[in-house]
Design a protein around this ligand. Structure first.
Ligand SMILES: [Zn+2]
Length: 243
């Protein structure tokens, strides 16, 4: 059983028996890993209260070959990010980022993905409550792009011409792009400022104002391209936070 030590981000945790926890981690060096933390729920455990979602640390693992569940033997806390829980939009945004990585992360090391998740969690942590929904939407779009699903927002999918600033468009969720108003009367209507805001979000810029339609486009896009079968519930909270 090789022992490895690697930086990691905790994506999800759940109870296992009376005193242990199973962790879903994104490790920097080995990609996604599930690990059993024996005794982590014992009150006197050094890991008690530490192994929670969004925590960053350096984990030591016994990697078992041909097994999906490895054994955690040590964890040094780097950053707890506890304050993510203090605001609904921050928490919902962080939860969506973690869920997307849980579902879609490649099985090998991916430095770009790791850095994006880490930076996204930090951006949410430092976002003021009024900016948190915008930061969350921008970081989710960014991660969606890193995972290979970036939508096309510059040219009309049908006629190919560039959609100019000041023009509205229709967003085709299934095709993952826009059509000019001459070519399409269906899909999400985006007025010029709505299209501009969507472009800013996809480029990971936080817009000054975020409205319902952008969140709706994001939600549908994720549902169609990424999580067809399962609803990412945290997205509903993000919509609610915007109301
Ligand atoms: Zn067109």
């Amino acid at each position: 059983m090789p022992i490895v030590t690697t930086p990691c981000l905790v994506l999800q945790t759940y109870r296992f028996g009376d005193t242990s926890k199973i962790l879903r981690l994104l490790t920097r060096d080995h990609g996604p890993v599930s690990a059993l933390a024996r005794g982590a729920l014992r009150p006197r455990s050094r890991m008690s209260g530490v192994l929670e979602p969004f925590v960053e640390g350096v984990v030591t693992l016994y990697l078992r070959s041909n097994r999906d569940l490895h054994t955690l033997s040590g964890f040094d806390l780097v950053r707890s990010r506890q304050a993510l829980g203090s605001d609904m939009a921050r928490f919902a945004g962080a939860s969506v980022l973690a869920e997307l990585v849980l579902r879609l992360a490649p099985s090998e090391r991916d430095d770009l993905l790791y850095e994006n998740l880490r930076e996204g969690l930090d951006a949410l942590l430092s976002a003021s409550p009024d900016m948190a929904p915008g930061v969350a939407a921008a970081r989710i779009w960014k991660l969606v792009g890193v995972l290979g699903f970036e939508p096309s927002l510059e040219h009309c999918l049908s006629c190919g011409r560039p959609v100019q600033p000041g023009e509205g468009a229709r967003f085709d969720t299934h095709e993952g792009g826009i059509r000019c108003l001459q070519c399409s009367a269906t899909g999400h209507a985006l007025d010029p400022s709505g299209l501009q805001t969507l472009k800013e979000l996809v480029a990971n810029r936080v817009p000054s104002h975020l409205s319902g339609p952008q969140i709706l486009v994001l939600k549908e896009f994720i549902r169609v391209h990424i999580a067809e079968d399962i609803r990412i519930r945290s997205l509903d909270f993000l919509t609610a936070a915007d109301d």
